[in-house]
Write a protein that binds this ligand. Sequence first.
Ligand code: GBH
Length: 463
Amino acid sequence: MTTTFPPGFLWGAATAAYQVEGAAREDGRTDSIWDTFCRTPGRVLGGDTGDVASDHYHRRADDVRLMAGLGLGAYRFSVSWPRVQPTGRGPVSQRGLDFYRALADDLLVHGITPVLTLYHWDLPQELEDAGGWPERTTAHRFADYAHLVGQALGDRVPWWITLNEPWCSAFLGYAAGIHAPGRTDDEAALRAAHHLNLAHGLAAQAVRAAVPGRPQVAVALNAGAVRARTDSPEDADAARRVDALATRIFTGPMLHGAYPADLFADTAALTDWSFVRDGDTDVIRHPLDALGVNYYAPMLVSAADGKAPPRPAGPGRSPWPATEGVTFHQPPGRRTAMDWAVDPTGLYDLLTRFTREAPGLPLLVTENGAAYDDKPGADGAVHDPERIAYLHAHLESVLRALADGADVRGYFLWSLLDNFEWAYGYSKRFGMVYVDYATQARTLKSSARWYAELIRTGRLPQG
Ligand code: GBH
């Protein structure tokens, strides 16, 4: 098998606004649900917040120079909704938009393609106060916001990603309560999933209407690579259920224009899905220029052996509604600092699966990476051989998928910089660049040098 990536392959790195920007109260920005969540005691490890984060808002120009030094071809960032439209409806903040204009311009000067994500989890708090994603109106507010960002940045941004990982927004935010806004209501989570789907379709339309020329429109899903523990019919059914909630709840309407019937049946005790209105799935099935796949680790499930434990009511309960008959297992093998299993075949499986399901649809690996316990040595250098091994193995999966016909157009390493890792605060480091939070000094880890060399040659080194 070849070790060389196709010409024009987009080599990128990714971040998200709340995780890197800081400047939480500057230039008219208001609170998002994550500001509120972080200030709620007990929600985020160590009481950490994104108030300062990796200070990217102030270090934008230096950070872009850093990217240029690595030879990045693309940078995937997200726009903070409350920074550019502080109340979530109505007036825009020009100063907020100016930051993203300047960012895009800096990138373009260095030949780095801007890839803009409209929503990476920071819903304006005012919209959550009005009901949040379980309310249909939020999808319409999102379309308005997408339109205004499209008008402001469309002349310089070629790639538009509507949502990042709507599964996390819906199920970690509204069912498990471990992400903002911290609600624990299964029915609300299913409503949220539908309204996120609708928001995706409406925003895709809005971007096409607002952006001159031919914007490239995609969505980034954390599709589940779900494995059954055995090939028994019971375990296969457990995997089917989880796959419906993890992946097909989004790809059903987005790629095929319909929710899967088994999802409706599985969740019938929770909702009749009457919030899905006639015509919604036509909006959601918007022709995409690519499907973004975020991949970290696979899932391993079986039919529950014995009686399922009762589902607790508070935050931290399972994010999987209607899976009382399913047991989640820790997959075997090596783990990262997140305790996630290292298994690159999951990425191959997803890329080839979407190629089968949507023949001809270009794919982007919009996130892939790993957290390890990185520490500077006595000489100040940060050596992260485990991350290099992780990236190498996953890029091998991308090459295998390409060889087997998947039209993979690019790869975005999560993350450019160490940053605010949601409920884990600053305790987990995903960056290829180390951030000393006391000084905000940036140090390239050895993985960054390795990645730069890979970008330069377009070829995965042996072994
Ligand atoms: C991504 O989320 C995010 O887009 C990014 O912001 C984040 O920093 C990065 O990855 C690293 O976490 O155990 O039931 O929750 C990834 C979130 C983590 C969601 C693994 C699914 C497994 C299922 N994913 N999780 S469960």
